[in-house]
Ligand binder design. Structure first.
Ligand code: ZN
Length: 216
């Protein structure tokens, strides 16, 4: 062991060489190293010198964990659709979400398929005309996030849908504009134009359509 290059005390990224442990029959040298994380491990000198071994293994574990956080189900979390999915779930299930009260707080849920499987949600989105300028819109605002009740809409369409789902109260009855229209037997268009003309609920309810008084 006269002509070995002594690595004792040298540092290789996270590893500090403590002492030579052995030499195998091919004259490879093995060194006991102490990693910055505290683990001691015997490591071949060639790996140290080439830079192939930088830690006890903790560095690779950290890097792969980091890659996993950046990449969920094989899709980059930069993907807008992924954040749509995350946001939808947060609104429904995270009480700290600032919009929770309008979603989870009102009983809005995400269907099981979507809740647990981003890929299923993604597939539905791509099969249903998803584009990056569209947002997910529940057709019935009281309904849940599920394929039957969702579509991709522009923010203008979504605003329309929200007013369609606006709650109107009259004599203790609370219903959306759509529900009132159904209840009164008028079209949503008629209902909407009356609202736009700032009719009171009393007038809307008591104004007959085609000669019929709808509600007594
Ligand atoms: Zn380590």
């Amino acid at each position: 062991m006269a002509n070995i290059r002594d690595l004792t005390g040298q540092r290789f990224t996270r590893l500090e060489v403590l002492r030579l442990v052995k030499q195998d029959k091919h004259y490879n040298l093995y060194w006991l190293c102490k990693c910055d994380c505290g683990v001691e491990k015997i490591i071949g000198g060639s790996g140290l010198k080439s830079g192939a071994t930088k830690s006890c293994g903790c560095l690779n574990r950290e890097l792969s964990r980091k890659r996993k956080t950046n990449l969920t189900h094989g899709y980059s979390n930069k993907e807008r659709l992924y954040w749509t999915w995350k946001g939808m779930k947060a609104r429904c299930y995270n009480k700290n979400n600032k919009r929770y009260q309008h979603y989870g707080g009102k009983g809005v849920t995400v269907c099981d398929d979507w809740k647990h499987d981003y890929q299923k949600f993604r597939r539905w989105a791509l099969d249903n005309h998803y584009e990056d300028n569209l947002t997910i819109d529940r057709i019935d605002n009281n309904g849940s996030y599920c394929p039957e009740n969702c579509r991709w809409a522009t923010s203008k369409e979504q605003a329309n849908n929200q007013s369609r789902n606006r709650i109107l109260e009259y004599q203790g009855k609370k219903m959306t504009m759509s529900q009132w229209a159904d209840y009164l037997g008028i079209t949503y268009g008629t209902m909407n134009s009356r609202i736009q003309r700032k009719w009171s609920m009393e007038r809307i309810v008591n104004t007959p359509i085609r000669g019929h008084l709808i509600v007594n």
